[in-house]
Structure formats: structure tokens, C-alpha cells
Design a protein around this ligand. Structure first.
Ligand code: ZN
Length: 376
């Protein structure tokens, strides 16, 4: 099996996650995992819960990130189940979590199914007649396309599962490697018809917005995804300070326990970086180690950030502002014309991020109407 992801985005899709797989989980011997995004690894704990006892094989970085991502998912699923139980009036000890798609315990059992780890380009004999090569997909840390060579009764064929592919020419991760010729290719086309903005001008915009906001005396709030985007931002901000495009005194708060953990995982895997960034690292220059960087893990530290009137960059999740600590920072900064909200990623229809980007004059956060006066 290749990947076992979670549907995300709406109530209906949430329900779809609980449907039968369409196969017997216990009959699966191996899962080869392309990368640690939730839509590729998010139902692995459910697979285990339903009887899978085989081996999950992936890269070392993906294994570490997956642990973080599915533990977080279980926490959110349990929270959601508790919330529903309270609303339905049948909250009780243990009663609530039973109704979640899977629990933290299922995640722990699933982590036991992780077996061999692979390095890029190594040919791994998965089982008789099945060998797999993981090829750097340049998408997120540890991501891979999987090239399968299959043979049975004298016949052989090859299948390439692309996984998600990154863009070439980014500075932190390597560009996607070219896979070998394959008889069959299986790939997603989610962004196949979309043109991405080039990176350079976007970074210029981020620096300009930051400098202008600091001149006005406000804060810069950046809603961000915890894995990959947050680390990329730290890297660009560090680079900007090093090149004198941002003040050395710039204070950056990474206000997301998950993003902090993900950053630590990145630091453990410099082998996945662009050669120049990898060298920086080996020379003892941490590309995520900005002079004014603060990690705020504890909730109390996060709340204390509300007292900062200006001059700070605050990065927090979730990227689309549908949950997480960023909503508190929006509540405190959206109404201030000195502050700025900088969106750095995709915002789905119907999300709070989308409403702000589309120019809403007022939004509702924690049941309170907040006027939008900050620059976006
Ligand atoms: Zn992905």
C-alpha cells in the first residue's frame, strides 16, 4: 500500500474518513509512505486500529515528522469527539474519546508498525518480487517519490508513485530528483493547472511589509503551517537579517509547539537540505537560529505575547486560521491599523484566512466581532 491519508476540509469529508477502507486492513503487509503530510499519513493509526500489523517503511525524516503529525491529529480528533459528546449531553469518563476516529493510544500502536527506514536512491528489497527506491521529491522534509520494480512468474514491470512534488530552486530543501523511466506513473494533479508566484518577489514583499509595519510601531502576524512553511520562514528571516534587509534587533516569536518540534526535527536532518544550506549547518551556522528568535511552547508564554505593542513578528498556526493560537493574535492585532497580517500560504474557501484576504471589514473570532483595520 502507498500512503494512507486523511481527508480534510469539511464535515462531509470528516465522515468519509470513518468509512470502510474497501479492503481488509489485516491483509496489508507493507505500507510505503511518501511523506508526512496529513493527507498522506493521517489514517495510518486507523489502519492499525482496524487490524494492520505489517511494516511501514519510509525515510528517517518522514518517520519523525509523521509521529508529530499523527499525534497532533489524534489530539484534535479526541478534542472534537469530547466537544461533540458535551454538546450531545453524553459526556462521561472515556465515553467521548471512544467516538473519535482514533485515539492517542492507536497512534502509539501504529508507531510500533514503523520498521525499516530508507535513504534516497537506495534499492530496498521490500518482499520477494518487490523492490522500492525512494527518490527525493523536494516537497517537504523527507518526502519521496516511490519507484517500484515488480516481478512475478517471469514478468516484470515498474510503477512510479510521484507523491507530492516540490518546486525546483527553493533554498532550503533540494529540488526534486529525476526519477528513472517507469512503465506506469501514478500521480496527483491538485496544482497541475496552477502557476505559483516566483519566490523572490514574495520574500521581498515579506521584508517590505515587516519593515513598514515596524516603522508604524505595529506587529507582524504570520499565520503559518507548522511543518515546512514555518521552517522556510525562519530560514528566509534569518537570511534577511544576515543580509541587512531586516533589522538585527527583529524579534521573532514562533508560537506553536508543533512548529517548534518540527523545527527540531529539521535540525536533525541537514542531509535533506540544499547543499549550500547543508554546508551552513555543518559549519555551525544554524539556518533557523535567528538572533531574536523565541520559542513559546507554554500557553502562558503565548498569552503574554498579547502585551507586545509592536516590533515583533509572531508566527502561529493554523495556516488558514481555522484553529490554533493564531486566532488569539488576530483578535489582538486585527483591529490595530499599525499591525499587519501576512499570509504566506494557501487559504481554502470558507476559512477565516480566506475571508480576511478577500477583504472582510469585520470577522468573528471566539464569538466576538473584530474589525479588520490591520494591513493584510
Ligand atoms: Zn504534501
Amino acid at each position: 500500500m502507498i500512503d494512507c491519508g486523511l481527508y480534510q476540509g469539511s464535515r462531509e469529508l470528516d465522515e468519509e474518513n470513518a468509512e470502510p477502507f474497501g479492503f481488509d486492513a489485516a491483509s496489508i503487509d507493507y505500507v510505503l509512505l511518501t511523506h508526512a503530510h496529513l493527507d498522506h499519513c493521517g489514517r495510518l493509526p486507523l489502519l492499525t486500529k482496524r487490524g494492520f500489523r505489517g511494516e511501514i517503511i519510509t525515510t528517517s525524516a518522514s518517520r519523525e515528522l509523521t509521529r508529530l503529525v499523527v499525534l497532533d491529529a489524534a489530539y484534535l480528533l479526541e478534542e472534537d469527539a469530547r466537544h461533540r459528546a458535551r454538546k450531545g449531553g453524553h459526556a462521561g469518563a472515556g465515553n467521548d474519546v471512544k467516538n473519535s476516529l482514533y485515539s492517542t493510544l492507536d497512534v502509539l500502536n501504529c508507531l510500533d508498525n514503523f520498521g525499516r527506514t530508507v535513504t534516497y536512491s537506495e534499492v530496498l528489497a521490500v518482499a520477494p518480487g518487490v523492490s522500492a527506491t525512494f527518490i527525493d521529491a523536494g516537497h517537504i522534509l523527507g518526502s519521496a517519490s516511490i519507484f517500484l520494480q515488480l516481478s512475478e512468474q517471469g514478468h516484470s514491470t515498474s510503477v512510479l508513485f510521484s507523491g507530492d512534488l516540490g518546486n525546483a530552486g527553493r533554498l532550503l530543501l533540494r529540488s526534486p530528483a529525476t526519477p528513472p523511466r517507469a512503465d506506469n506513473v501514478v500521480m496527483e494533479t491538485t496544482y497541475g493547472d496552477r502557476r505559483h508566484k516566483p519566490l523572490g518577489p514574495s520574500i521581498d514583499e515579506l521584508f517590505e511589509a515587516t519593515n513598514e509595519t515596524f516603522k508604524r510601531g505595529g506587529n507582524v502576524i504570520i499565520p503559518t503551517f507548522a511543518v515546512e512553511r514555518a521552517q522556510e520562514l525562519l530560514y528566509f528571516l534569518n537570511d534577511g537579517i544576515g543580509k541587512g534587509r531586516l533589522a538585527k534587533s527583529t524579534q521573532v516569536f514562533l508560537d506553536s509547539p508543533m512548529a517548534i518540534s518540527a523545527t527540531e526535527i529539521f535540525r536533525r536532518h541537514p542531509e535533506c537540505f540544499e547543499p549550500a544550506t547543508g554546508k551552513l549547518f555543518r559549519d555551525g551556522n544554524d539556518p533557523f537560529g535567528l538572533p531574536g528568535l523565541h520559542f513559546t511552547r507554554e500557553a502562558a508564554e503565548s498569552v503574554a505575547l498579547n502585551n507586545i505593542g509592536g516590533g515583533a513578528i509572531i508566527m502561529a498556526g493554523s495556516g488558514m486560521c481555522t484553529g490554533g493560537r493564531v486566532r488569539h493574535h488576530l483578535q489582538h492585532n486585527l483591529g490595530r491599523d499599525k499591525s499587519a497580517i501576512v499570509f504566506v500560504g494557501y487559504a481554502g474557501a470558507g476559512t477565516l484566512a480566506r475571508r480576511i484576504i478577500d477583504g472582510a471589514k469585520q470577522v468573528r473570532i471566539f464569538g466576538e466581532d473584530v474589525p479588520v483595520r490591520a494591513r493584510t
